[in-house]
Design a protein around this ligand. Structure first.
Ligand code: UTP
Length: 475
């Protein structure tokens, strides 16, 4: 029974939309919790919810396999002819100038729930560096500090969190004194959330007074930048380009003059880095031209015959895997917000903890409901111009998604050592290797020591002889 203190209008609204169960525990919650629950209900937009229920929750949308697909043009990791060589030189120079004059900021999305990893706390707090166990946040902060020194500027850092990990993230940064960065150059903001649904379209309750919600996807960043005031702050600082990356990629090159320069030279609005897919089955989205527009097609939506199609040289026709590294022009975000363009919402079938109608806590061991989210790459077709720069996986991409196995903490640590070993060898340092070719040692290079391979040559006198099984930290 609904307590009479529930405003009539709310009760009617919920019953009309078959969500009356949200008040099941009204009698057993305290006045503060009642206010809280009412506020959450008042924020629900039932026009939108009914639309989602019809198109994404109760009914499973039919996915039309894309037909008019073509591989997109892209810049290779190194120039292939003289004309391109000149362009890369010009881009490198322009990118350096843009960073040095404070036109570029770092933007990380760190609002995900990291459910596959199962780490207790924001993913950015995960220890990842192979010798010192520095966390992802610390590694990025040190990279930003080193880049600011290199380019003689201050590179601000914008960090998107969600209401589920905002406070924890703030506490982590405070307790580490912002990892040596100036507090005013670190802007931590929150994305929105969307309610979670059971398969039959009921909004789930996380507890007696809270609706079960999850962050609205990395695509939520467009709205979050505006709502949080981050975009105003970005404009106030005269920042024209945002270097976007994900919190779970410890290999990312945050300030890449070539990438930024190519984006600016081509007057692009949103650009991407890509790596060659490991094979047709690799579960990454691929860049395609769909009816002439650059689009990321999820691996599950790419027709198998297209996924397997090969060029004469044996490489995949649709080979460019999305690694979620972008340059986004500030003016593009403004344009999208002016036109109130919103990104499409996708459904994800997930395990969602909640309480049942009797108030019992349910921790599902198999997927039991639907989460909704939007993806940043869905903004690509809205850009008037977009470029892709192909890069090498072992240099720039090692996502930490799982606790073990592929794309895990162990693979990322190994790739950090592997990359460090290659950098040292390219400067003529001998690195002991096992019979299978992997380094027979663990190496960590601090961003202050080298941001890229070419920095090593100037530091040769500081590098000791490396013996098998060594744990070497270069700072
Ligand atoms: P993933 O899609 O890999 O999600 O996010 P996740 O939350 O890290 O992990 P799972 O799927 O629950 O296991 C890719 C990147 O996008 C960010 C994540 O923090 C990560 O950097 N992200 C994701 C957000 O910032 N907000 C979101 O709502 C979702």
């Amino acid at each position: 029974m609904i307590n009479k203190t529930v405003p009539q209008s709310i009760r009617k609204l919920l019953e009309e939309h078959k969500q009356g169960h949200l008040l099941t525990f009204w009698h057993s919650i305290n006045p503060l919790q009642k206010d809280d629950l009412l506020a959450q209900i008042q924020q629900l937009d039932f026009t939108q919810i009914n639309n989602w229920l019809e198109k994404l929750v109760i009914n499973i949308p039919s996915i039309d396999l894309p037909v008019n697909l073509a591989p997109p043009p892209f810049y290779p990791p190194s120039p292939v002819n003289n004309q391109q060589k000149n362009k890369y030189v010009q881009a490198q120079k322009l990118g350096t100038e843009l960073i040095s004059t404070g036109k570029v900021a770092a933007l990380v999305v760190a609002g995900g729930q990291g459910s596959r990893l199962g780490f207790d706390g924001p993913k950015g707090d995960l220890p990842i560096s192979p010798v010192k166990g520095k966390t992802l946040f610390q590694l990025f902060a040190e990279t930003i500090t080193a880049a600011s020194e290199r380019f003689g500027t201050i590179c601000p850092w914008y960090i998107m969190t969600s209401p589920l990990n905002y406070q924890q993230t703030i506490d982590i940064f405070r307790s580490h004194n912002y990892y040596g960065l100036e507090k005013e150059n670190v802007f931590i903001f929150q994305q929105g959330t969307l309610p979670n649904f059971s398969f039959d379209g009921k909004i789930l309750l996380a507890d007696k007074s809270h609706i079960a919600c999850s962050p609205d996807g990395h695509g939520g960043i467009l709205k979050a930048l505006i709502r949080s005031g981050a975009l105003e702050n970005i404009k106030k600082h005269g920042i024209e380009y945002l270097s976007y990356f994900q919190v779970d990629n410890p290999l990312v090159t945050i300030f890449d003059p070539l990438f930024i320069g190519l984006h600016a030279l081509d007057a692009a609005q949103m650009s991407s880095k890509a790596v060659a897919k490991k094979g047709p089955e690799e579960k990454v989205g691929v860049f395609c031209l769909l009816d002439g527009k650059l689009t990321v097609i999820e691996y599950s939506d790419l027709p198998p015959e297209k996924a397997q199609q090969r060029k004469d040289n044996g490489s995949l026709v649709f080979e460019l895997g999305n690694i979620a590294v972008h340059i986004i022009s500030t003016c593009f975000i403004e344009r999208l917000s002016d036109r109130k363009l919103s990104l499409p919402i996708h459904r994800a079938v997930k395990k969602i903890p909640h309480i049942d109608e009797k108030g019992n806590q349910i921790e599902p061991d198999k997927p039991n409901g639907i989460k909704l989210e939007s993806f940043i790459f869905d903004a690509l077709p809205m850009a008037s111009k977009s470029i892709i720069l192909q890069t090498t996986r072992k240099e720039q991409f090692s996502p930490v998604k799982n606790a073990a196995g592929t794309d895990s903490i162990d693979t990322a640590k190994q790739m950090l050592t592997d990359r460090a070993a290659c950098w040292l060898e390219s400067a003529g340092i001998a690195v002991p290797r096992k019979p299978d070719g992997s380094p027979d040692c663990t190496i960590e290079i601090a961003p202050a020591f080298a941001l890229e391979k070419d920095d090593i040559k100037a530091k040769l006198s500081r590098i000791p002889k490396i013996n098998p099984n060594d744990k070497l930290y270069l700072a």
